[in-house]
Design a binder for this molecule. Structure first.
Ligand code: T4K
Length: 374
C-alpha cells in the first residue's frame, strides 16, 4: 500500500487568506507600534472579552508564561496536586514558582485528573489543584470543584487544549478560579504563539498586567518584580483573523473525528474515547486512540514507527509521563499512577487539522487497517 507523497504531521496550523491578513498589516506599518499593549492587542483583548463573556481576560506571549504568571499572581505556594499526563509546561509552571507538584492518577475515559485521588493526596501544604482539560476533554468539573470547596483550595485549569469547548452552553473558561488557554501554532485556535488567562477575581487583573510588563505602573514606578510576557501586535492580529474561522475549524474537526470513529471502530485493538455527554461542545483538537498490543497485533510504538514509513507522523502525546522526565525523577510520587502509566504506554494521537481532507483520513485509516493485516 502506498504512503503519502508529502508528510502528514499530527497538526498543521490554520492560516487565514494571506490577502486578508496583509491588508491589516498596513495599520501596524503605519503606526509602527509593534508591541507594548498596542491598538491591535487592545482590539484582540476586547474581542476575547466578548467571546468569553468576561471582563477578566489577560493576554500573554505564550501559554506557559500565562500559567506561570497566573500561579504567581494568585500567590499559590507549597504543594499543588496535578496530573502527570500532560505537556511538560503544566509542571514547569509550578516549578518556576517553587511550588512542589504532587502527581496523582487520571480517569481512564478522558484522561483527566481523578478527583478521588486528588482528595487522598491533600496535605496541610496543599494550596491548589491544577487540572488539565487534556485533548480538550473537560476535567471532572463538578467533583473537582467540590473537593476544592471542601478543602479551601484554589482550582486552576490548564485549558491549553480547550479553546472553543463549552459545557452546558457556557465556555469552559467559567469553571474554576482561573483557566489558561494556549494559542500556540499547533493549537486548534492560535495567534502564532500566545496565551490567555480567564479568572474569577477581578482584583487579579492589575497584578497580571504588572507581572507581564516588568511590574511597571508608570514610567517611573515599578510595583513588583515582573517579567516580559507581553503578546505583540503580529500575534494579536493573527489571533483576530483566526477567530473569524473558529466555527469552521471546529466543524471540520467534527467531520474528521466522525470519520476516524466510523473507520476505526471495527479495527481490533484500536480503542477510541467514548462519546462525550450531550451538554459538552467538543473542539476536536486532538484525535487520541489507544492501541491494545495483544488485540492489534503490535505495540503502539511499532504502529507509530510503521506509520512513519507511510509518511504519517502521529505523536505519542503524552508519553513519557511528566514525572518520568529526568528533571522530575527526584520528586517522590506516592500515587502508583496506574491508569496514567497504562495510557501513556498505549496512546497515539492521529493527524487532525483543518486542511486535512476526508480522503486523507480515509487513507490513514486504510493504512492502519493494512498495517494490522485486516
Ligand atoms: N499546557 C499544555 C497542556 C500544553 O499542551 C501546552 C503546549 C502548554 C501548557 C504550553 O502552552 P504554550 O506555552 O506552548 O503556549 C507542541 C507545542 O509546541 C505545544 O505548544 C503544545 N502544548 C504541545 C502539545 O505540542 P511539540 O514539541 O509536540 O511541537 P512540534 O514542534 O513537534 O509540533 C508538532 C507538529 O506540528 C509538527 O510535527 C509539525 C506541526 N507544526 C508545528 C509548528 C510549531 C507546524 O506545522 N507548524 C508549526 O509552526 O509541542
Amino acid at each position: 500500500m502506498k504512503g503519502f507523497e508529502k508528510p502528514i504531521y499530527v497538526t498543521k496550523p490554520f492560516l487565514p487568506p494571506i490577502e486578508e491578513f496583509a491588508e491589516e498589516l498596513q495599520e501596524i506599518w503605519d503606526t509602527r507600534v509593534l508591541t507594548n499593549n498596542g491598538p491591535v492587542l487592545q482590539r484582540f483583548t476586547r474581542q476575547l472579552s466578548h467571546y468569553f463573556q468576561s471582563d477578566n481576560v489577560c493576554l500573554f506571549a505564550n501559554g506557559t508564561l500565562a500559567l506561570q504568571i497566573g500561579l504567581q499572581g494568585m500567590g499559590i505556594s507549597g504543594e499543588v496536586i496535578t496530573t502527570p499526563f500532560t505537556f511538560v509546561a503544566t509542571t514547569h509552571a509550578l516549578f518556576w514558582n517553587k511550588i512542589r507538584p504532587v502527581f496523582v492518577d487520571i480517569e481512564p475515559d478522558y484522561y483527566t485528573l481523578d478527583p478521588e485521588k486528588v482528595e487522598a493526596a491533600i496535605t496541610p501544604w496543599t494550596t491548589a489543584i491544577l487540572a488539565v482539560h487534556v485533548f480538550g476533554y473537560p476535567a471532572n468539573l463538578h467533583a473537582l470543584a467540590d473537593v476544592a470547596r471542601r478543602h479551601n483550595l484554589k482550582l486552576i485549569y490548564d485549558a491549553a487544549h480547550a479553546f472553543g469547548v463549552e459545557v452546558g452552553g457556557r465556555s469552559i473558561a467559567h469553571f474554576g478560579d482561573m483557566s489558561m488557554f494556549s494559542f500556540h501554532a499547533t493549537k486548534l485556535y492560535h495567534s502564532l504563539e500566545g496565551g490567555l488567562l480567564n479568572f474569577q477575581d477581578s482584583g487579579l487583573k492589575g497584578t497580571f498586567d504588572y507581572l507581564k510588563n516588568f511590574g511597571f505602573k508608570s514610567q517611573v514606578e515599578v510595583v513588583m518584580p515582573g517579567t516580559n510576557a507581553k503578546m505583540n501586535e503580529m500575534q494579536a492580529l493573527m489571533g483576530i483573523h483566526v477567530l473569524k474561522y473558529l466555527d469552521e475549524i471546529i466543524e471540520k474537526g467534527r467531520q474528521i473525528d466522525a470519520l476516524y470513529r466510523e473507520r476505526l471502530a471495527e479495527v481490533p485493538g484500536i480503542h477510541l474515547t467514548p462519546p462525550l455527554p450531550e451538554d459538552i461542545r467538543c473542539n476536536y483538537a486532538y484525535m487520541p486512540i489507544e492501541v491494545d498490543e495483544k488485540e492489534f497485533g503490535m505495540s503502539r510504538d511499532e504502529l507509530y514507527e510503521k506509520l512513519k514509513q507511510y509518511n504519517i507522523f502521529a505523536r505519542r502525546y503524552f508519553y513519557p509521563l511528566v514525572c518520568d522526565f529526568a528533571c522530575y525523577q527526584s520528586l517522590s510520587v506516592n500515587d502508583p499512577l496506574t491508569v496514567a502509566r497504562e495510557v501513556a504506554e498505549c496512546i497515539l494521537t492521529l493527524p487532525t487539522y483543518y486542511e486535512l481532507s476526508l480522503d486523507a483520513v480515509h487513507r490513514i485509516c486504510d493504512i492502519i487497517r493494512h498495517i494490522c493485516g485486516e
